[in-house]
Design a protein around this ligand. Structure first.
Ligand code: DC
Length: 219
């Protein structure tokens, strides 16, 4: 059976990560969280004191960095940053480096190489629009702002502990605004993506729905 490229895009807290993970393990595909690449770059820029808006400096940093991603671990130059990249500080740093067009070009190239052989579920913001415009399956997941903030606030892997929903909502809204309004590859649904609103849907139901779409595109 053909091993597909499955693109899952949408804002934070829409449920992409969980759905992409379950989908990949059900299909025996590789799961790639492209956001973790931007996060790892943001982490290294902060560590090295590189200004997040200095495009030349961040480009040099990315070019000399080896980022490795698998389902459980993210490393940059051999440093395990799996947990360190899930903090509010890195949320901001990742959004800042993701605005830089030349940084995106390099990371998009690497993402294409990772998905070139198919058999991949890649999640992000521009996977169906820029990275794989010819992806076999394109899903755009969304949920109400309130529900996304609630999920993120309860995500201990992200925040290091439960946080007030209102506090998370403010940060999330600001980061979404950055992702949606940047000039380079803003967050937008591809015209041919299937849009799934996950606000009131259990994850299992979303996974079933996406598996149905995948099966139809394989037959
Ligand atoms: O999905 P995430 O929150 O881990 O993504 C981190 C940041 O990187 C976020 O600001 C969106 C950005 N991003 C992007 O611009 N393009 C992608 N393909 C993935 C993430």
């Amino acid at each position: 059976m053909k091993r597909l490229v499955i693109a899952i895009d949408g804002p934070s807290g829409a449920g992409k990560g969980t759905v992409a993970r379950v989908l990949a393990s059900t299909l025996g595909y590789r799961h790639i969280d492209s956001g973790a690449m931007y996060r790892a770059v943001g982490w290294k820029a902060l560590r090295d004191g590189v200004a997040l808006d200095d495009e030349d400096a961040v480009v040099a940093l990315v070019e000399s960095s080896v980022v490795h991603i698998d389902t459980t671990t993210v490393t940059i130059d051999g440093h395990d940053v799996t947990r360190a990249i899930r903090t509010p500080q890195i949320d901001k740093a990742a959004a800042a480096v993701a605005r830089l067009p030349r940084v995106r070009v390099i990371l998009v190239d690497r993402q294409r190489a990772l998905g070139a052989a198919g058999g991949v579920v890649m999640e992000g913001r521009d996977i169906g629009t820029v990275v794989f415009p010819l992806a076999d399956v394109k899903i755009y997941m969304d949920a109400s702002e309130e529900e996304r903030a609630r999920r993120r606030a309860n995500d201990s892997a992200h925040s290091g502990g439960p946080k007030a929903v209102a506090e998370v909502a403010t940060l999330l809204t600001e980061r979404d605004r950055l992702d949606r309004t940047r000039t380079a590859s803003p967050l937008v649904a591809a015209p041919d993506a299937v849009v799934i609103d996950t606000t009131d849907k259990p994850i299992d139901a979303v996974v079933e729905e996406v598996l149905g779409i995948v099966k139809r595109s394989q037959s």
